[in-house]
Design a protein around this ligand. Structure first.
Ligand code: SF4
Length: 489
């Protein structure tokens, strides 16, 4: 089997991932990751400019052609070559940026993340191994990643946007293990019969494996991997002790919250409501009462001034509000136009829409507070009003997070996506599945970013879907509050 950088790193996570990819990919699951918008290509292209003029080896599905092109380019004494491609003993790699100075070579692996992780070190070490094995004098191996502290001001400064971390020593230390690893992977792949491989921490790290459902099919339906909040290391420890089913865990010394989830699901228990504690949360609320929810997107490369890599950029909010007790529920909303920095207009509208000292409710308020603090740090003229909103935000999530209100249908979660159907199982108006086009946060971000690629008709439909999605988030809060009042009467 021909290995590549990504196959090698997957193979050292678990050889069976590669085996299943090759022989049984139909059992692979689509993982539902809340992904940030994929900016990897943009990051890669920007990084290519880091060392001045450069040449690129064009992608070709015929890898020999890429290797041949590389060899031709490397006849020059000095060159910065991107996607320089090599193969040694069935180990292929394309180096993101290869800097050649006479007979010395430097490897730069570009990552769109903001830190160096162990799996990147394996990736670079593999490239170092391939080039060294071919007799190239590699004097340096580095990882290029985004600098999370970079704040754009004016023209993008790629030398500040990226951090370059020299990992040559680590790459050298790993060399001995690479031959062993590649041999082990090759041997595993030669066997066309499926081998039993027990599950372990490697099923989740460094990447969540899309075959976990398949490899854990022997477990009972209610098993410890469904317990929310429990650390992976604890789960693996219990699993290795043979404590797997909910019944197995009942007499174990585990956190009360985990036990509560187990008991509620196992014994079909009635909802638990600590009326006094829920009342305490409700007693702090007052009118006018605003229910606030932002939608945001993240981009690896800051598009506008005063943005950092991957900063949460708010582009939309929904606001339900009740001005006085027993008065009608009203609604306001904001959705930015496409292709502009959405923050200034959003901030201006927000301080107009929420009066000073109003009581503001959010669900998981840390997010809303962070967005508002970021806006206040940029717009000095709006700072006082923004911070007034910030300082009056209260969190509707508290009773659920503290398990003062808990039902078995929450499955150990206090996310609104679990709490809402648990409290209102038969209300289609509160069911996100009934919405058009946008049903969750990452779909909202991606839809907004994609507006620039749509015609007017498509854009109008998506904008309407975004508005209805965000509106449901705050309407859900209104209904949850109502429910809390009912159960504490
Ligand atoms: S689920 Fe675990 S054992 Fe199965 S292929 Fe993935 S990493 Fe390997």
């Amino acid at each position: 089997m021909n290995l590549s950088k990504s196959k090698y790193t997957l193979g050292i996570q678990c050889e069976k991932i590669l085996w299943l990819d090759k022989y049984k990919s139909e059992v692979k699951e689509e993982l539902n990751n809340d992904q940030v918008f994929d900016n990897g290509t943009q990051v890669g292209i920007l990084a290519q400019q880091l060392f001045g003029d450069y040449k690129v080896v064009d992608f070709n599905s015929n890898l020999s052609k890429m290797i041949e092109d590389t060899n031709n380019y490397l006849k020059e004494d000095y060159i910065n070559l991107c996607e320089a491609s090599f193969s040694y003993d069935h180990n292929f790699c394309s180096v993101d940026i290869l800097v050649k100075k006479k007979d010395e070579y430097e490897i730069y692996e570009v990552k769109s993340s903001t830190h160096v992780s162990d799996v990147y070190l394996d990736d670079v070490s593999y490239q170092y191994y391939v080039l060294k094995s071919l007799g190239l004098n590699v004097i340096k191996a580095s990882i290029v990643h985004l600098n999370s502290n970079y704040v754009r001001e004016g023209k993008l400064d790629i030398h500040k946007l990226f951090n370059i971390v020299d990992v040559t020593e680590t790459a050298k230390e790993k060399q001995e293990s690479i031959k062993d690893n590649t041999d082990k992977i090759q041997k595993y792949m030669e066997n066309t019969n499926e081998q039993i491989k027990d599950i372990g921490a490697y099923c989740f790290s460094p990447y969540e494996c899309p075959y976990f459902k398949y490899c854990s099919r022997h477990l009972p339906k209610n098993n410890l991997f469904n317990i929310r909040g429990m650390q992976l290391s604890t789960k693996i420890k219990l699993y290795n002790k043979g404590l797997v089913s909910y019944e197995d865990l009942l007499n174990e010394d585990i956190n009360e919250k985990y036990k509560q989830q187990i008991e509620f699901e196992l014994y079909n228990l009635e909802p638990h409501i600590d009326v006094d504690k829920v009342k305490k949360v409700l007693d702090k609320l007052y009118y006018p009462l605003y229910f606030l929810d932002f939608e945001s997107y993240q981009k690896a490369v800051p598009e506008y001034d005063y943005m950092r890599p991957y900063e949460q950029i708010p582009f939309q909010y929904s606001l339900h509000y009740i001005e006085e007790k027993d008065q009608e529920l009203k609604h306001k909303e904001f959705l930015s136009e496409k292709n502009i920095d959405p923050r200034r207009l959003l901030a201006e509208q927000l301080v107009k829409d929420i009066p000073n000292n109003a009581c503001v409710l959010a669900y998981n308020m840390q997010f809303e507070k962070m967005i508002i603090r970021n806006l206040a740090s940029i717009y000095d003229d709006l700072k006082d009003d923004l911070m007034n909103i910030h300082d009056h935000i209260q969190d509707l999530m508290i009773p659920f997070k503290d398990r003062d209100y808990y039902t078995k249908e929450m499955y150990g979660s206090y996310s609104i996506k679990y709490v809402l159907p648990a409290l209102f199982p038969n209300d289609p108006s509160l069911d996100y599945h009934n919405l058009n086009l946008v049903h969750k946060g990452d779909e909202a971000s991606n839809s907004f970013i994609n507006l620039s690629n749509m015609n007017k008709e498509e854009e109008n439909e998506v904008r309407e879907a975004l508005l209805r999605y965000c509106e449901l988030d705050t309407y859900a809060m209104v209904k949850i509050l109502k429910k809390l009042k009912e159960v504490t009467k």
